[in-house]
Design a binder for this molecule. Structure first.
Ligand SMILES: [Zn+2]
Length: 420
């Protein structure tokens, strides 16, 4: 099977032909896979004669787990040291990392340990006859396919429901949502009859599906026009998302910091205040969300205010690069470690939804301030983070053209995929 590590190029159709050839084999494999029990589901000690598999749970420490396997204090120290120097592993992550302990037989001591930090990496520790531990990292080879899913919004639907119905996995759908949120207002741009599609990666190892990868392309027939985004790797190796013309699709700020939250009150210069009763401007947008829902920073920046006032309740104000600031109000609590002066990334949790200050119920009140003036978060034109230079743009347009051909083919052949 031919593999192109970098990205799709002009021979997309050739790859589809290859895909066609392996399709039947895969259908057979899929049937096998779905019938066999998952190996990663074993939460507890799962001992057989010479192998013990442990899925790390909260509170587990490496030395604690090693000690349970009967390893001596000195051995534990050495293993911890070797793991750090040989594989850069200094701690374990609950519910993610897996460790296998191997013995020659039931009675003999552990002489091999396999730490599995991801489905794509294994770190093998072996003990030689002299009792010294050695570390060897193995990268698991993956086969990646691009699969295509499409759907349509029905009456009374949300994009989320329609996406699930179209068979888009939840994690991919969340990524698509994050991307589209830069260009779309899910409250006002979504109507029954609109079509959407996504092309994304599925990663396989030895014929078995392991996980989903990146979103490669997304399309949504929004009210304001068709929104399209493509993942593209630049010549310098960095990747980003771009619109059809090659303009950066990732904006410096998000219009809707909380995904899938319903807008309960829009930006307006005049509205009757639900608590105060009289008419005054609503300088932001309200998103309904449950108390405790994490509030992500709409963009990278620095916290310039964190405090309480009678109107906003607990609020955070962030200054972003350039002329933009954002404000988040009515928080139940702040995220610890986020203080005035803290630098935050886009998407980093800064606090949690609540109903403090002048508020009728739990929601996020979100403001964007441009050059000192409040603007409508749902309509303000936002600057792109990452634009392409001429050389990259030419390459992008070629790539996009080829990918579009592939997508068109897949849209007519829903069970096919592209071999990457
Ligand atoms: Zn509000």
């Amino acid at each position: 099977m031919k593999k192109v590590k970098e990205y799709l190029n002009t021979n997309v159709l050739t790859k589809i032909v290859i895909a066609l050839a392996v399709l039947l084999t895969l259908v057979a494999l899929f049937l096998l896979i779905t019938r066999s029990a998952p190996i990663s589901g074993d939460k507890d000690f799962n001992s057989d004669s010479c192998k013990t598999v442990v899925v790390v749970s909260a509170g587990d420490t490496l030395s604690g787990l090693l000690s349970k396997q009967g390893l001596s204090h000195n051995q534990i120290n050495e293993i911890v040291k070797v793991l750090k120097s040989g594989a850069g592993i200094t701690g374990l992550r609950a519910d993610r990392d897996k460790i296998e302990f191997l013995r020659n037989n039931d009675e003999s001591p552990v002489n091999k340990i396999v730490v599995i930090p991801s489905p794509w990496r294994q770190v093998e520790l072996t003990c030689d006859n002299a009792g010294a531990w050695k570390c060897n990292t193995i990268d698991i080879e993956r086969d990646t396919r691009a699969v295509y899913k499409s759907g349509v919004i029905l009456d009374g639907d949300s994009f989320y429901l329609a996406g699930m119905r179209a068979g888009i996995p939840a994690g991919i759908l969340a990524d698509v949502y994050d991307l589209l949120a830069f260009e779309m207002d899910f409250e006002r741009d979504v109507r029954a009859g609109q079509k959407f599609s996504v092309l994304y990666e599925e990663n396989f190892s030895s014929g078995a599906k392991v996980d989903n990868g990146n979103v490669l392309a997304v399309s949504f027939d929004a009210l304001r026009g068709n929104v399209k985004m493509y993942r593209f790797k630049k010549k310098d190796g960095t990747t980003g998302y771009y619109d059809e013309k090659g303009n950066g699709a990732i904006k410096s700020l998000k219009r809707t910091p909380i995904n899938n939250a319903k807008v309960t009150s829009s930006f307006s210069t005049r509205r009757k205040h639900p608590v105060l009763g009289f008419t005054r401007a609503h300088k932001g947008v309200d998103f309904r969300a449950a108390t405790g829902t994490p509030i992500p920073a709409a963009g990278a920046g620095r916290v310039v205010k964190r405090g309480y006032n009678s109107g906003h309740g607990n609020f955070v104000r962030i200054r972003h690069n350039g002329s933009f600031e954002t404000l988040y109000a009515h928080m139940s609590k702040f995220k610890s470690g986020v203080n005035v002066g803290t630098t935050v990334r886009q998407g980093q949790t800064i606090g949690f939804v609540g109903s403090t200050g002048l508020s009728t119920g739990p929601h996020l009140h979100y403001e964007i301030i441009k050059d000192g003036k409040h603007v409508n978060p749902l309509t303000v034109k936002l600057p792109a983070i990452n634009n392409l230079d001429e050389a990259n743009k030419t390459k992008f347009l070629e790539y996009r053209h080829a990918l579009d051909e592939g997508i068109e083919y897949l849209s007519e052949h829903p069970n096919m995929f592209i071999v990457l």
